[in-house]
Write a protein that binds this ligand. Structure first.
Ligand code: PEP
Length: 251
């Protein structure tokens, strides 16, 4: 089973557009449900209405959570609120959140809050720059070590990991990673998980790719890159292209 997660980021602007996008993504999720689990992560203001419009097998997640339960945090959203809205998954450690100040320790705290409310973390890891000597591996290792720091094997098994090289994400991306670069990192992540939890637990944790993935390059990330699915930004906001991406990996 592959995972296809749509990170809508800060879009669309209107609730009616969000509703239209969910309806189209409903159809897509149904069409490819044999091979693909589809999850959409809208902005939090649309969560409750998207949950209402989403139909099985389409699942809904959120884009972030507060790391502490302190009420005096203007603008933040707690794990309890996300749970109450009907979200099941939550993205943590996204590079756009890390760029605005989330540290590895913050990500760890957010994961703790999610498990307290039985929400499933989608944890993003990825290096800022890709140097020829491979120093970027230690950056990703540190992210993994803190994210999984306190987690029991039972908790770890519920997580999803998205390898998202920062230089490959969003409209300002240099380029997408190559399938070979993705392969190197999926192996690196699997080795980290196997060393920490053993092979059985490691095999239960899907490692996805994210960063300028589209309908043209997605298949090669699966066949050559070892990706078990995708965290997709821009393309998930275009129902036709998101559908084409799903089609390209479903066969
Ligand atoms: C993302 O936001 O996680 C992402 C991968 O964005 P994009 O697909 O637009 O590069």
């Amino acid at each position: 089973m592959l995972y296809l997660i749509g990170n809508w980021k800060m879009a669309p602007e209107k609730g009616t557009q969000a509703a239209d996008l969910v309806k189209k993504t409903n159809d897509m999720a149904k069409l490819y449900k044999k091979n693909i689990t589809t999850i959409i992560c809208p902005p939090s203001i649309f969560l409750a209405s998207v949950v209402k419009t989403a139909k099985a097998p389409l699942l809904v997640g959120a884009q972030g959570v507060a790391g502490s339960v302190e009420v005096a945090q203007t603008g933040k959203i707690s794990a309890g609120m996300l749970k109450d809205s009907g979200a099941q998954y939550v993205i943590v450690g996204h590079s756009e959140m890390r760029a605005r100040g989330d540290s590895n320790t913050d990500v760890q705290e957010q994961i703790t809050r999610l498990f307290e409310k039985k929400l499933i973390p989608i944890v993003c890891v990825g290096e800022k720059a890709h140097d020829a000597q491979g120093w970027y591996l230690s950056e990703v290792k540190e992210q993994l070590e803190t994210a999984f720091g306190n987690l029991t094997p039972l908790q770890a098994k519920k997580m999803l990991i998205a390898y998202e090289p920062v230089w490959a994400i969003g409209a300002k991306a240099q380029r997408a990673a190559t399938p070979l670069e993705c392969r190197e990192m999926t192996i690196f992540i699997c080795k980290f998980l196997t060393d920490k939890y053993g092979e059985k637990v490691a095999k239960a944790i899907p490692v996805l790719y994210g960063g300028s993935a589209d309908e043209f390059n997605a298949k090669s990330f699966v066949t050559e890159g070892g990706a078990q699915g995708f965290l997709v930004g821009r393309v998930s906001l275009d129902a036709k292209r998101f559908n084409s991406l799903a089609k390209s990996i479903s066969a």
